[in-house]
Design a protein. Sequence first.
Length: 357
Amino acid sequence: MAQLSLQHIDKIYDNNVQAVYDFNIDIKDGELIVLVGPSGCGKSTTLRMVAGLEDISRGNLLLDGRDITRAPAKDRDMAMVFQNYALYGHMTIYENMAFSLLLRKEDPNVIHKKVLAAADILGLTSQLNKKPSQLSGGQRQRVAMGRSIVRNPKVFLFDEPLSNLDAKLRGATRREILLLHKRLNATMMYVTHDQTEALTLADRIVCMSMGHVQQIGTPLELYDSPNNTFVAGFIGLPPMNFFDVTFENGALYGKGFEVQLSDAEKATLAGYNRKAITLGVRPEDIVEGGSLPVKVFSNENLGMNTLVHGHMGDNIRVTAKLRGWTDYKNGDVVKLGFKRKHFFDKETTNAIWKGDR
């Protein structure tokens, strides 16, 4: 399909408000890149710059080595799928999917074949004579995707396409997008604020905050080795627990609690003796049978897992995701332990890797 290169791209509006800072990535042919972050982080603005719907203030955008930084949207050979479907209500599904090809004055027989092929891929063949109002939200979103497929673009752009769907439809449509990507082997950029979508869809994730790229990597890299506390707290559900601690005499000391460390963990923190750091522990890395007493105030059974919320030490809140079904009551005290620990510099919020000083 296509290789896309975003080279040090900035977005600065006329009032000197900067929305995107130094966005830099090379997207490989057939790769699905997901931009994720909270509202206002600059992810949709970045996508709109790629699509040609927003001007690029600084930097360059290359498609297969060709500079398209100033090219109009119609000449970029990209197709965008929006969250609000953007379908014509007075047209049939067939007419909606064929519309862009009709504007190009393509041969009617070619249009017919392309529409039928896209409808077959998306399971819409039996819906082609219906109007959008007769379809469910998930079906309408598939029509929007079909309208992009018939154009056979070099790049597919998705701007939060599932945000208007309920939870069940979101899950089903997410799986359809993943299957579509594998079937077409298409280059895709996908914007979402939902980290579940990011983790399940992406070949690589771009995590953004306040216009800045915080980390680019595979879903496992962002989950397992986050660059900083923002990425660590944003990726993963429930969010990572953070504790203010001091490293001293080979252990971590917080307010009213102590955490023992392995030799490898001590080596990682060798440069931080008697310094304050941030300890991060994912809820799923907390287990029963440890040495930390936690006073339970809430127990949420989820079937295969239970979320246990409590306080340890001097009223320090902690959330554990325990395997199985537990029946802890408010006020119960349970002993917990931390399997996997993440360490972050208190001042920079960056992850502390082995040998950092």
